[in-house]
Design a protein around this ligand. Structure first.
Ligand code: NAP
Length: 641
């Protein structure tokens, strides 16, 4: 039990009030805290604005302080597990609006008030345990999803090994070390649901902090002993007769080794192979040139003339960081990014808020719930295409147009002193069409600097001295940086996979990767993909949620093998095809499916191959457990007498 700080009122002043009041229900057992006059009415463009008058907030915080003082003074928690009706009232209160009935189970699971979740592996039954021990899983990748797979497999008692091409855990947070790299999802949500961190230093922490979090996870769950670093899995071949995958591994010493596994889980992300642009002369630049994901820290940018190609999420983060130190910076923009105003994007989490997260029971759960709801399903209508929309193609529906207007006003305010920038920085595509970035003003401030210029003429050539644009100008540089993104739609491009009967995965896909629920592919038994085709989310929340759902489902598939005595499973082709047909239909209904937008969400066929087009609730439901009817189960052959 924590002592009661003398300045308790001060400690509470930065804590999210609706979450605090909701936590009081548990602490005092009284639902009277959920008073209408203390209920929030959020401002969508500034969520810090609760819409509760200051004096009401002060009154509420004072009452909360009294209750916490009593609790920390020794009075036990009064309501650990509220009934469903109370939970509903709590949810509605924090969300600031009634939550539709169909979300309740899903949100209760996400809340994990009693510490239990549908994502916990269920392998208690002794026969199941014994069968699980006979499995052997190869996980490719030790980033966020691979570590999660390791944790869940350990909990299920399934033997496994993890192989990663890098020298440490962390995946994207290990590789992307460019200046300013940070998460763009609130950290209190961008963390495993079962591993909250009450001490995140910032609301959106920088890359080194994220890397430390994942290192800490690897240590806590004793995963390193399972991981082979600096080793590339080059190929996988399914042995039909023995029902095992044979994996060819290539170690850093160049040695090749074959390992076998009953099942393979790929956990390599969608954004891990840098994409160099298809520009004539690429490679002819004589100075240092590098991609943002392969940042050359040995290249000192101080006082240099630097060119940057690209204005996506990566450039948006590193341009403001390097602008003050370089002699000149020229940013080549093809399409401007949309920014969502988030004034606290670079702010520290105040120490008093960390204290509340740590010491006020249930506050962390409800704060996470608030973030989860407000940035996930609660936000989706803003990017939904309305078939009846007859407005301009710069929006896809009335709510999208409203969001556009608010984001435009924010941009206009930032360039009030530089109207010449308006045509360049205000996007003409619907907001949500590409990944929107979080805007706290540093991007526009960087573009407005005297030593920075934003060039929107098409880049036509990379030359020995720099970059030539369509107007014929050759821009000369000392250093060239590519912020040109990743080969996102080339799923698993580094990996040769031969499935049943020697069928090749990449030939099967023909450049248009598809999988059932993003995870399984007909003809490729016991082969599971995390963050696979059509499992990316655009505006709604943290990709960790998706990984947790995927891994739950994959572990469920292993359980199905163990329970059924089958040695392999793969999805039925009809089930897979029907799922992908529904995905394609649904993707057309969102801003990112608009024909007026090109982005890494679409593959070379113009199909949206990356994004999940339904709600998070739909993925949660679909991945609760595998439906045996969706799969072809291959039974172990009877021994020949
Ligand atoms: P990106 O969003 O794909 O951006 C690539 C940029 O390069 C775009 O501006 C693109 O223009 C431009 N480009 C590509 N080829 C070009 C060419 N030939 N000429 C001129 N410009 C060219 O890549 P990214 O910025 O690395 O971000 C990728 C994804 O990674 C993000 O969407 C996000 O999901 C994730 N990410 C997240 C964070 C975070 O905050 N946590 C940070 C970085 C990245 P067009 O738009 O016209 O194609």
């Amino acid at each position: 039990m924590a002592g009661v700080p003398a300045n308790l009122e001060d400690m509470l002043k930065d804590a999210h009030l609706p979450a605090l009041l909701t936590a009081m229900v548990h602490i005092t057992g009284d639902t009277g805290w959920l008073r209408p006059e203390w209920a929030p009415t959020y401002n969508p463009m500034d969520r810090a604005d609760l819409g509760i008058p200051e004096e009401r907030q002060a009154e509420a915080r004072k009452a909360v302080a009294e209750a916490i003082r009593t609790h920390l003074g020794g009075k036990p928690l009064q309501m650990a597990n509220p009934d469903t009706a109370t939970l509903r009232r709590q949810m509605d209160f924090v969300a600031g609006a009634p939550i539709p009935e169909q979300y309740v189970d899903f949100l209760v699971d996400e809340l994990t008030l009693d510490g239990r979740s549908t994502k916990d592996p269920q392998f208690e039954q002794p026969q199941l345990k014994a069968a699980a021990r006979k499995l052997n899983v190869l996980v490719i990748g030790a980033g966020m999803s691979g570590l999660l797979a390791g944790i869940r497999l350990s909990q299920a008692g399934v033997p496994f090994q993890i192989v990663d091409k890098n020298a440490d855990v962390g995946g994207t947070w290990f590789e992307n070390t460019y200046p300013g790299c940070r998460v763009d999802n609130s950290n209190h949500m961008y963390s495993y649901s079962f591993e909250p961190n009450h001490l995140w230093p910032q609301h959106f922490s920088p890359q080194p902090v994220l890397l430390e979090y994942f290192r800490g996870i690897a240590a806590k769950y004793d995963l390193r002993k399972h991981i082979r670093f600096e080793t590339l899995v080059e190929s996988l071949a399914w042995d039909d007769g023995r029902a095992v995958w044979r994996a060819t591994l290539n170690g850093k010493d160049g040695r090749t080794e074959i390992v076998e596994a009953n099942a393979v889980i790929t956990a390599v992300g969608q954004l891990n192979r840098p994409r160099m642009p298809d520009i004539p002369g690429l490679g002819s630049f004589e100075g240092p040139a590098f991609h943002s994901a392969e940042w050359r820290h040995d290249v000192d940018l101080k006082g240099k003339r630097v060119g940057v190609i690209g204005t996506g999420a990566s450039a948006y983060q590193f341009v403001p960081e390097i602008a003050p130190e370089v002699a000149s910076l020229t940013v080549f923009q093809r399409t401007p990014p949309w920014g969502l105003p988030v004034p606290h994007y670079h702010d520290d989490v105040p120490d008093n808020m960390k204290w509340v997260l740590e010491h006020v029971p249930y506050f962390d759960k409800w704060y996470r719930f608030y973030l989860f709801w407000m940035t996930t399903e609660g936000f989706l209508p803003m990017v939904k295409s309305d078939p009846a929309w007859t407005g301009p193609a710069t929006a896809v529906g009335p709510e999208n147009a409203m969001l556009r207007e608010m984001a435009t006003l924010s941009l206009q305010a930032q360039i009030a002193d530089r109207p010449d920038l308006a045509d360049k920085v205000i996007p003409q595509y619907p907001i949500g069409g590409k990944r929107a970035v979080l805007d706290n003003g540093v991007w526009i401030a960087a573009l407005k600097r005297d030593n920075v210029s934003l060039v929107t003429d098409k880049v036509t050539e990379i030359t020995a001295k720099g970059v030539r644009t369509a107007d014929g100008v050759e821009h000369e540089f000392d250093v060239l940086i590519y912020g040109t993104g990743f080969q996102a739609s080339n799923f698993l491009s580094f990996l040769k996979v031969k499935g049943r009967g020697g069928r090749d995965l990449h030939e099967t896909w023909g450049g248009d990767a598809k999988a059932y629920l993003g995870m399984t592919v007909p003809g490729f038994p016991n082969f599971f993909i995390t963050y696979g085709p059509n499992t990316n989310i655009v505006v709604n929340g943290s990709i960790i949620f998706f990984s947790e759902c995927s891994v739950r489902y994959i572990v469920g598939c292993l359980k199905l093998l163990a329970e059924s005595g089958a040695r392999a499973l793969e999805p039925k082709k009809a089930v897979h095809d029907d799922f992908n047909r529904r995905v394609d239909e649904a993707n057309a209904g969102w801003a990112w499916g608009s024909p007026h937008v090109s982005s890494w969400y679409k593959n070379s066929f113009g199909r949206v191959s990356q994004n999940w087009p339904f709600g998070l609730i739909d993925y949660w439901r679909a991945t609760l457990a595998p439906n045996p009817d969706d799969f072809v189960l291959e039974k172990t052959p009877e021994p020949v007498a």
